[in-house]
Structure formats: structure tokens, C-alpha cells
Design a protein around this ligand. Structure first.
Ligand SMILES: *[C@@H]1O[C@H](CO)[C@@H](O)[C@H](O)[C@H]1NC(C)=O
Ligand SMILES: *[C@@H]1O[C@H](CO)[C@@H](O)[C@H](O)[C@H]1NC(C)=O
Ligand SMILES: *[C@@H]1O[C@H](CO)[C@@H](O)[C@H](O)[C@H]1NC(C)=O
Ligand SMILES: *[C@@H]1O[C@H](CO)[C@@H](O)[C@H](O)[C@H]1NC(C)=O
Ligand SMILES: *[C@@H]1O[C@H](CO)[C@@H](O)[C@H](O)[C@H]1NC(C)=O
Ligand SMILES: *[C@@H]1O[C@H](CO)[C@@H](O)[C@H](O)[C@H]1NC(C)=O
Ligand SMILES: *[C@@H]1O[C@H](CO)[C@@H](O)[C@H](O)[C@H]1NC(C)=O
Ligand SMILES: *[C@@H]1O[C@H](CO)[C@@H](O)[C@H](O)[C@H]1NC(C)=O
Ligand SMILES: *[C@@H]1O[C@H](CO)[C@@H](O)[C@H](O)[C@H]1NC(C)=O
Ligand SMILES: *[C@@H]1O[C@H](CO)[C@@H](O)[C@H](O)[C@H]1NC(C)=O
Length: 377
């Protein structure tokens, strides 16, 4: 943590607990799933935690000048990935916002006739959320319908480290097979195997009772290897890191807005899946010192990219909280440092950024879907 005035924060938040989620291991095309009441509670708790960090004037990371009771909608920008399993991510962000800016009787208005009216549910605060539709805006869900990313996945599946890990996992997957219904135990299906085990362990009492105690953690470990290979790249600007490289432009714009005293923005909240987290920690070299960040972060995890006031220019630092069971933020060194000047943060990452749909179409070799047909590439 940097010990000076906080100018603003970009938040990357993962959705909460949901039902089973199948993704095609060759394309990561998703199927429909649903947020559970537990997931909504986890997001509300995350929002309350963030409120205590950023909106409580006694917190060392209180955001300078923020309206902390009744929201000022010019100070917060909220976007949610509308791809990936239907409404899970969008519905998650409403839970988070409910904790960040809870209902307050101060959310009232006095009418001309003298009557004071408080908004519904004891002063609920309706905060605008941009639903980022994958067919209109590639930024939060850039890893599907991307042929070059599919090639990257195939190359990973054909690689030597993949074969070696698959061989290590094989005896375990054989033991796990009776618990998996008819699901494929091919190692390329490892995310779906883990997800099934994880979801059943949370929601199915019989399954939880019958599954040997170490199996869930073992499945998690193998899935982490699998997803790390899919959502990273030997080069920070490589296609394997596309999940974060399409979000970078909005991160830069938000941080620059925080640094600009005439711009009201103070919080930029991006509600997303686990994938951009893996790529983010890869392109910022965070995993060099904290290898666990290379895995699937828990539900309702958050990465905070903070901008602190400093001379000659503001400093960027990152903190991470690993889901609901993790009680606090943890400092995450980026590029081997506790914090970096804003201009350095941007100049280091900017060469990797995918700034427009057209750049995405080119990076992916996509010529028809996701708005690419209008460009003659
Ligand atoms: C309405 O909100 C104001 C603050 O904006 C507060 O002082 C007042 O107590 C509220 N009125 C009611 C009836 O809650
Ligand atoms: C004032 O206007 C509101 C909204 O139209 C209405 O509900 C309320 O009954 C009115 N109060 C009085 C005292 O007329
Ligand atoms: C597994 O597949 C077999 C044959 O295709 C089918 O009869 C059976 O119902 C399936 N079991 C489950 C749990 O889906
Ligand atoms: C719960 O788990 C048991 C044991 O694996 C399985 O037989 C059953 O079909 C599962 N129930 C549901 C609703 O998935
Ligand atoms: C700062 O923000 C204001 C208001 O949004 C804008 O007009 C101005 O161009 C910004 N300055 C810089 C240097 O970006
Ligand atoms: C980023 O990912 C690549 C490919 O998996 C890996 O070789 C590299 O070591 C990772 N970088 C860091 C800092 O962990
Ligand atoms: C997050 O917590 C899970 C346990 O719920 C653990 O397996 C994982 O390694 C943790 N990740 C980090 C980055 O600490
Ligand atoms: C990130 O780490 C790699 C080695 O893993 C190093 O070559 C590279 O210079 C580092 N990048 C930055 C910006 O610190
Ligand atoms: C995106 O913009 C940055 C400057 O902010 C630039 O460095 C980068 O090369 C651009 N990306 C592409 C693919 O042109
Ligand atoms: C791009 O995709 C087309 C098929 O749509 C294929 O013919 C071509 O070889 C691909 N280009 C590259 C560089 O992969």
C-alpha cells in the first residue's frame, strides 16, 4: 500500500457463486448458467468490504473527495461483462453495488408540496451499469470467437508441459471419474471437471459427503495449471493475454481521469470472469513473486489498481483479495516494485493494448463475427 492520498481506484471484480458452467475447451464458448443467492451474498460482502476500504473516511485508503453516502454517479463508472454464461456477471455487480453504496434514508427528495420521498427499499441507490455486450464491445470478453486465440489454445494442448501435467493428472482423473457422470476425463477438459466438482461440492450434500477429502483441491490445482496455460503468453502482448489486453485501454483512461483534478471519476468498476485476472497478473509480472496469482481466483475476488497522489507524478499500485474467505487485501508487486509512476505503468503496458474492435479483429484474424465484417481486412 502506498501511504498517501488516494485519487481513485480501478476494480476488477469476479462474479459470485453460480451453477455449473461448461466452456468448450477448444474455443471457450460458454453455456448458460445462473448466479445463486449465495453468489449475491458474496458480492454484497465484497461491496461492503470495498466500502470499508474506500468510502470510510477513517480508512487510510479513503478516496479523496468522494461522495460516500449518497452516490454521485459522475464519480463511478460501472461495466459488466454480459458474455460468458448469461446474466451471472451482470447480476453479480448489482450485489456488489448494494454493499458499496447501501440504501440510505438520505437518498430522498423534498417535493414542491413539502412531502419528502425516500427511494424504495429504504433508500436503495440505483447506479447505472453498462452491460458490455460481446457483439457490440469486445473489451471484457475478447477471448471467444478469436481464431488466433483458439490456435494458441491448441498449441498449449500440444505442448510438452501440457503432456507432462496430463500424465501426472491421469491417475487422479481415473479415481475421480466415477464422480463425474459422463463427463470427459481428457485433461483438455480440466476446467469443466474442476468446475463440476467445485459446484457439486458447494450445492450437493451427497456429493460433498462421498467425494474423498483431497479431491476438490487436487482438481483445483490441475485446473489452475490448465487455465494459466490458456490465459497467459510467453510475450505480454501475445494473443494468450488477449483477455486483459483489451481491458488495458479503459484502465489507462480511468487512471488518467483520476489524475486529472477537473475530472470527477474516482471509481472504475469492471465486473468480469476469472480469465482477465490470470492475464493481468502475467502481463504485470505479479506472478513472478506470487505464483498463486496465476490460477483461478475465487468467486468474488477483487484486484484493485490504485492511483495515489505523489510528486512528481501519481503512483500506481495493486492490491488483491482472494474471494469471500480472504478477510483483507494483499499488496501485489508489479514489475518487481511496490508501486510505479503512472506514466511508466502506461508506457510499459501500452504496447500490448488492443484499443479498438478493428485492432481486435486483426489480432484474432476474425473477419466476420463480433463486428469485424465492416472492416475489409
Ligand atoms: C433526507 O436526506 C437528507 C440528506 O440529504 C437528510 O439530512 C435527511 O434527514 C433525510 N430525510 C429523511 C426523512 O430521511
Ligand atoms: C405531495 O405530492 C406527492 C407526489 O405526488 C403525493 O404523494 C403526496 O401525497 C403530496 N402531499 C401532499 C401533502 O399533498
Ligand atoms: C451416460 O451415457 C450413457 C450412454 O450414453 C447413458 O445411458 C447414461 O444415461 C449417461 N449417464 C449420465 C449420468 O448422463
Ligand atoms: C448429487 O451427487 C450425487 C452423488 O454424486 C449424484 O448421484 C446426484 O445425481 C447429484 N445430484 C444432483 C442434483 O446433481
Ligand atoms: C481533464 O478533464 C477535463 C474534464 O473532463 C477535460 O476537459 C480535460 O481535457 C482533461 N485534461 C487532460 C489533460 O486530460
Ligand atoms: C507469463 O506467462 C508465460 C506463459 O505461460 C510464462 O512463460 C511467463 O513466465 C509468465 N510470466 C510471469 C511473470 O509469470
Ligand atoms: C485463493 O484461495 C484458494 C482457496 O480457496 C487457493 O486455492 C488459491 O491458491 C488462492 N489464490 C491466491 C492467489 O492466493
Ligand atoms: C518481467 O519479467 C521478465 C522475466 O520474467 C523480464 O524479462 C521483464 O523485463 C519483466 N518486465 C518488467 C516490465 O519488469
Ligand atoms: C494501442 O494504443 C497504445 C497507445 O496507448 C499503443 O502503444 C498500442 O500500440 C496500440 N495498440 C495497437 C494494437 O495498435
Ligand atoms: C486467417 O484466417 C483465414 C481463414 O478465415 C485463413 O485462411 C488464414 O490463413 C488466417 N491467417 C493467419 C495469418 O492465420
Amino acid at each position: 500500500m502506498v501511504n498517501s492520498t488516494l485519487l481513485g481506484v480501478v476494480l476488477l471484480a469476479r462474479h459470485g457463486d453460480r451453477l455449473e458452467f461448461f466452456q468448450d475447451p477448444l474455443t471457450y464458448n460458454p453455456t448458460q448458467t445462473f448466479l445463486t443467492p449465495l453468489g449475491s451474498v458474496q458480492e454484497l460482502q465484497l461491496g461492503s468490504f470495498l466500502r470499508s476500504e474506500y468510502l470510510d473516511s477513517s480508512s487510510p485508503t479513503f478516496i479523496d473527495g468522494i461522495s460516500s453516502d449518497v452516490v454521485n454517479i459522475n464519480q463511478i463508472d460501472v461495466r459488466a461483462d454480459a458474455g460468458g454464461g448469461g446474466s451471472v456477471i451482470l447480476n453479480s455487480v448489482y450485489g456488489l453495488l448494494g454493499g458499496l453504496f447501501p440504501p440510505t434514508p438520505d437518498n430522498n427528495i423534498t417535493l414542491a408540496n413539502g412531502t419528502t420521498v425516500t427511494s424504495p427499499f429504504g433508500g436503495y441507490q440505483y447506479i447505472p451499469v453498462e452491460s458490455v455486450e460481446p457483439n457490440l464491445d469486445i473489451s471484457l470478453n475478447s477471448f471467444t470467437s478469436c481464431p488466433n486465440f483458439d490456435n494458441h489454445i491448441n498449441q498449449f494442448y500440444a505442448s510438452e508441459p501440457f503432456a507432462a501435467e496430463a500424465a501426472i493428472a491421469a491417475p487422479f482423473l481415473q479415481q475421480l471419474q466415477p464422480f463425474l457422470g459422463n463427463r470427459s476425463t481428457d485433461f483438455i477438459n480440466m476446467f469443466n471437471i474442476f468446475d463440476f466438482v467445485n459446484v457439486q461440492s458447494v450445492h450437493n450434500a451427497t456429493f460433498l459427503q462421498e467425494l474423498p477429502p483431497t479431491f476438490a483441491a487436487q482438481a483445483y490445482g490441475f485446473a489452475n495449471f490448465h487455465e494459466n496455460g490458456v490465459f497467459t503468453d510467453a510475450s505480454p502482448g501475445g494473443i494468450g493475454n488477449i483477455a486483459i489486453n483489451t481491458i488495458l485501454p479503459s484502465i489507462f483512461t480511468s487512471l488518467q481521469s483520476f489524475a486529472n483534478a477537473s475530472n470527477p471519476l474516482k471509481i472504475a468498476l469492471n465486473e468480469i470472469s476469472y480469465k482477465p485476472f490470470i492475464s493481468f497478473f502475467n502481463v504485470t509480472n505479479a506472478t513472478a513473486s506470487q505464483p498463486l496469482l496465476g490460477g483461478i481466483v475465487d468467486y468474488a475476488s477483487v484486484a484493485a489498481i490504485e492511483l495515489h497522489d505523489a510528486l512528481p507524478e501519481p503512483l500506481v499500485n495493486v492490491r488483491f483479495k482472494n474471494g469471500t474467505t480472504d478477510p483483507t487485501f494483499h499488496d501485489v508487486p508489479i514489475f518487481g516494485q511496490a508501486s510505479v509512476p503512472l506514466s511508466q505503468f502506461i508506457s510499459t503496458l501500452a504496447p500490448n493494448a488492443i484499443n479498438t474492435t478493428k485492432e481486435w479483429c486483426i489480432a484474432c484474424n476474425q473477419t466476420t463475427l463480433r463486428g469485424c465484417s465492416v472492416f475489409s481486412l
